[in-house]
Every structure is written in C-alpha cells, then in structure tokens.
Design a protein around this ligand. Structure first.
Ligand code: F0G
Length: 463
C-alpha cells in the first residue's frame, strides 16, 4: 500500500476550542501581538513547538503508574540509565529536568570569559547558557545550509574548513568543546550527515577537544541518514543512532523531543572527572544523581519513549507528515526553507513578505496572521529571536534568516489537521500584501522573543 498512515490508534482525546476571527483579533491585541502570551486554550492548532507536546503511548502512561519515587537508587533510574546507555554508549548518565538544565551544568563547568564554543547552529538556550557563563558561541553552518532555496540532503552539516580555521584562530586551549546540533533546529530542522559527524571526530582528535552532540532530535536525524546517505539503507535507525553517538564524547539531550515525553532531559558523557563535577552541580541545582530534576515516573516514560522513537513505522509517518505539509504549500507557491525539516516547516518570511524589511519583523507579521486567520500558533525564528542592536552605534543587526516555524508535535495531530494548516497558510500567502510590519514596544534583555510586546505599524485592517 502506498498510503502512509498514523501508526497508532487514538485512545484518549482532548477537545480543542474554536474561536472567531473577531475574538482572535482581540486576543492578539491583549497579548501584545506575541503568541507566546496567548493562553493555549485559545489556540486551535498549536505549532509553537514540538517540545514537550508529544502524545505519550499507553505503555508510557503505564510507566507513569509504575514509576519508583524513591529518593535514592530508584528502580526507574536504573531503567532510564540502561536505555540511555544502550542507545548512546556513554558511561555517565545525568538526568536533568530538561535540555537547558543539562546545558547550564555543562557550560558552568566549561564556559567562562575567553572561551569559545562552535556549533553548526546553537539553539537559543544553548547560546544563552554559553553567553551567560561569559563565553562566546559561534555558528559555523556550511554555505548550503544558509540558503532557504537550495535543496540538499544534509543542510545541517557544519563547515569543516571553517571549524578548523576557527580552532587555529582562537587557539585550541580556548575551545573547551565542539558541538553539533542534530537535527539543526535553528537552521530549519535539517539533518547532519554521518560523514560530517565523523569529520568533526577527526578534528576533535587532532586538536584534542571533546565533542558533544545536542541530541534532542537524534532519531529524526538518524532516519534522514538512513534515507539519504549511501551505505545506511539496510541499517536500523537504532544502529545508525548508536553509530552517531559513538563518534561523540557526550551529549546534551532535551527528552521533550525525541524521547516523546512532556518533561525531561539528560547530560551524558564518558569523562569520569567531568561527570563527577557535573553531578556536584546537579545536586545543588537539580536533585540527587538518581533523579536529577525529575520524578521516577518521568524517568520511566523517557526510557519507554527512547524505545518507541526509533520505530521505523513511526519515523516514516513522522517525516512524511512534515513533508506532506511542505508539498501542499509548495504547490501553492508559498516560500519555505527547502527541503522540509524533520520536525517543522519553516516559512521564509523574507521571500513571503518582501515589502516588510527585517527591522519591521516580517516573521512576526506571519505569526500574527496565522493566528488571526485560523487560530494556528507558530513561532518567529528571525530578527525578533536573533536580531540585535549594536551596543555602540545602536544600529539594528538583523538575523541571517527570517523564518516562521510551524513545529509539528509528535503523534498529536492527524492528516486533516495538517490539511487545515496548509489551507490557512495558503490563504495568508494570498493576502500577504495586506499584512503589516511590527514595532517592539517592550523587550527583556535576554531571550526577548518570549515576552516582547509589539504594535502593528501600518494597520490596514483592525489588526
Ligand atoms: N537544543 C535544541 C536543539 C532545542 O531545540 C532545544 C529546545 C533545547 C536544546 C533546549 O531544550 O527546551 O528541554 O530546555 N527547543 C524547544 C523548541 C524549546 O521549541 O525548539 P529544553
């Protein structure tokens, strides 16, 4: 059969609330045109993030009941530890309440003034944790990854010659860690090839610098390798994932993505001394080493989720459902970052709204319009998130790309939900000339996109 179906039956349903366009216009005004500030109840289809929004399986829910809540040495910890070790091969597994808690511990230990951390593209919390420590974060994505139009298999690859030049310029002693984010979330959910991971290993060995993966979406990355990289077609996704991890010295992981849970994460590594120091911080900030920031039931759900995520029926459906949305909007001429990513479609706001310059936040304009039109919540990944004003001149420095991410939660929405999203995106595209630019009226000093307030600039309609 050619039709790819959702590889599950639905046992529990959660109704979603319908609102009118007029209600949503008011809700947008009340939220300062920042959908992060809209109540989730007032969202019809929530594509804000694929993080912590997965539907858990009946076996994960059974694990929740079965969780061992002992403070020390809980059975659930050992099940969790075994499943992470089996997948990653790393020796020391440190549970944290989510990905950024693992980052916080890692960069507290390795960061500080005068230190530099390269990555294909740092996710915003990774960059923030590095900068918070006093260190600097650098994105060394390969050229093809920076184009939204070029179709290529591994647009998440790091630029290897640039990485080597970077190490020589900054000095290996100032670079405590090399990182790769798989898949590259801030660069369109694009995968990193096994070849690229191996090349980073060679550089790590040459300069004796540890190499960590930001592994949130490791299974989606492994599935792309299976489909696209020669030599991997006959390997299982789990074997491919194990090979990816085998080239690294450790990883940070937000289990809220490819471990199919609503909360959780971990830090894993082979270096006993570093792990000892990490556990000392963990005890102060998260919890005892056998639970970290989590309850026993969370650890059970992660262990089960890590087994389910490498299922190839699941991944076939998962990658196909994102690609399906891409195909529908591509056929209507809507510009987006090609090819579709593993967990999301990223609309290209620069090409979609050429009449709105970056300092008027074209991505924010699309985000507001998708909510107004169809109650769909998405997120700007452009100059609201990454743009800055130069500290000396006050001049606006835009983000390299102006994107709007439509992130698809795992196992949550069906094909008709996706059809509805496509219809709404296409309608917004057809009315694009009426969409206004925006101005920021309030911003926080760090990670401003979460709480910023906006005002439409040339309100043609009631917006
Ligand atoms: N690294 C990557 C690549 C991520 O995408 C995220 C989270 C994190 C680290 C941090 O993990 O949220 O568990 O603390 N990404 C979410 C998103 C928030 O919407 O893409 P966390």
């Amino acid at each position: 059969m050619k039709t790819i179906i959702e590889p599950f039956k639905i046992k529990t349903v959660e109704p979603i609330k319908f609102t009118t366009i007029q209600q949503r216009e008011q809700l947008l005004r009340d939220a300062g045109y920042n959908p992060f500030l809209i109540h989730a109840e007032d969202v019809l289809i929530d594509l804000l993030t694929d993080s912590g929004t997965s539907a858990m399986s009946s076996k994960q829910w059974a694990g929740i009941m079965d969780g061992d809540e002992s403070y020390a040495g809980a059975r659930s910890f050992f099940r969790f530890e075994k499943s992470v070790k089996d997948l990653t091969g790393f020796k020391f597994i440190i549970p944290t309440h989510q990905g950024r808690a693992a980052e916080k511990i890692l960069f507290t230990l390795l960061g500080g003034k005068g230190k530099y951390f390269p990555n294909n593209t740092h996710f915003d919390t990774t960059r923030a944790n590095i900068e918070y420590s006093g260190a600097e974060a650098f994105d060394l994505l390969n050229e093809v990854g920076k184009s939204t139009e070029t179709i290529a298999d591994f647009k998440g690859d790091i630029d290897i010659p640039a990485l080597e030049r970077f190490i020589q310029e900054k000095g290996r002693e100032n670079i405590p860690l090399l990182m790769l984010t798989i898949t590259n979330n801030a660069g369109g959910g694009q995968p990193v090839s096994m070849k690229n991971i191996k090349q980073v290993r060679v550089i790590a060995d040459k300069y004796k610098i540890p190499f960590f993966l930001d592994a949130c979406r490791f299974a989606e990355n492994a599935f792309f390798i299976k489909k696209r990289e020669p030599g991997y077609q006959n390997k299982s996704v789990k074997e491919i994932a194990q090979e990816m991890f085998s080239y690294a010295d450790g990883c940070t992981m937000s289990a809220k993505k490819d471990a199919l849970v609503n909360m959780g994460g971990f830090l894993a590594m082979n270096d006993a001394e570093l792990a000892g120091k990490a556990r000392n911080i963990l005890i102060v900030t998260e919890g005892f080493p056998t639970y970290g920031g989590l309850a026993g039931r969370d650890l059970e759900a992660i262990a089960q989720g890590l087994e389910e995520i490498v299922d190839e029926h699941y991944l076939t459906y998962r990658i196909r459902s994102v690609e399906y949305l891409g195909e529908k909007i591509r056929n209507a001429g809507v510009p987006f970052l090609e090819p579709p990513g593993g967990h999301a479609i990223y609309l290209d706001a620069k090409r979609l709204l050429p009449h709105i310059p970056p300092h008027e936040f074209p991505g924010q304009s699309i985000v507001c319009e998708l909510y107004r039109l169809g109650g769909i919540r998405s997120v700007e990944v452009g100059s609201v998130m990454f743009g800055k004003n130069d500290q000396l001149t006050g001049k606006f420095i835009p983000s390299a790309m102006e994107l709007v991410r439509l992130a698809i939660p795992r196992r949550v929405y069906t094909q008709s939900h996706i059809d509805y999203v496509a219809e709404c995106v296409i309608e917004a595209f057809e009315n694009r000339r009426n969409m206004p630019g925006y101005r920021i009226t309030y911003e926080a000093p760090m990670l401003r996109h979460f709480t910023a307030q906006f005002e439409p600039l040339h309100p043609k309609r009631s917006l």
